[in-house]
Design a protein around this ligand. Structure first.
Ligand SMILES: Nc1nc2c(ncn2[C@@H]2O[C@H](COP(=O)(O)OP(=O)(O)OP(=O)(O)O)[C@@H](O)[C@H]2O)c(=O)[nH]1
Length: 237
């Protein structure tokens, strides 16, 4: 039986580290090397990879993360099992923003795990495939779930991925924009394959997430570690 079209969600937390008076390059070495709020790092030995059967194509969540974090695209990327975790720190004005990204599996059998990941998240990227109308319908179900069960002020961003295939598009950009406006979400069409609008997507999120409280950021650059918020399961990228 074919699984429901994968559709879901990259959960984004962010660590903000202030170094006023220094340029981004000078600040780079001061980046904390461990995550805050999601300090569950998966030992490599627990990583496992599964080759996709070719039937369940995916909307491109993992590909978006791989493009953002590693500037890499893999045509033969494997379906996500459970969730995978990656981080990336980017300069943003006078600050460094560290993204802690949970990439959750789109397959229906992993649906029940999703709350563990979005509960502690500052933002969610909900991905659909512009060539698959079904994936846009499924996206709306995820928005509903996030509104009902997600954090109160979670920033939502909608990514219409595979815009390099716009000649076979099924979802007009206008529909996505109207829907995003109705729920107050960011919307952008992306191509992980051709590196279109991936940086812009995460920059947009970064601008919308409110500053952390000073006590969350620690004093004098000290870092407060949070409790683990999600189980550890990961696949190769
Ligand atoms: N043409 C095109 N193909 C893409 C793009 N992004 C991803 N793909 C392809 O779409 C397929 C699925 O990509 P994934 O990144 O694994 O999708 P996913 O949503 O993470 O899938 P699950 O892990 O099963 O939830 C792969 O064959 C990718 O190569 C894109 O921007 N353009």
């Amino acid at each position: 039986m074919r699984n429901q079209a994968p559709q879901y969600v990259l959960h984004v937390s962010r660590f903000r580290h202030y170094h006023p008076g220094h340029g981004p390059t000078a600040q780079w070495e001061n980046i904390p090397t461990f995550p805050v709020k999601c300090p569950v790092l998966v030992p490599k030995a627990h990583t496992w990879c599964v080759r996709g059967g070719g039937e369940d194509t995916g909307v491109g969540k993992s590909s978006i993360v791989c493009r953002f974090v590693q500037d890499h695209f893999d045509h033969n990327i494997s379906p996500t099992i459970g969730a995978s975790f990656m981080t990336k720190t980017v300069p943003c004005g006078n600050e460094l923003h560290k993204f802690l990204i949970w990439d959750t599996a789109g397959q229906e059998r992993f649906h029940s795990l999703a709350p563990m990941y979005y509960r502690g998240s500052a933002a969610a990227v909900i991905v659909y495939d512009i060539t698959k109308q079904d994936s846009f319908h499924t996206l709306k179900k995820w928005v509903k779930e996030l509104k009902e069960h997600g954090p109160e002020n979670i920033v939502m961003a909608i990514a219409g991925n595979k815009c390099d295939l716009s000649d076979i598009r099924e979802v007009p950009l206008k529909d996505a924009k109207e829907y995003a406006e109705s729920i107050g979400a960011i919307v952008v069409e992306t191509s992980a394959k051709n590196a279109i609008n991936i940086e812009e997507l995460f920059q947009g999120i970064s601008r919308q997430i409110p500053p952390l409280d000073s006590h969350e950021n620690g004093n004098n650059g000290a870092i407060k570690l949070g409790k683990p918020t999600a189980p550890a399961s990961r696949r190769c990228c």
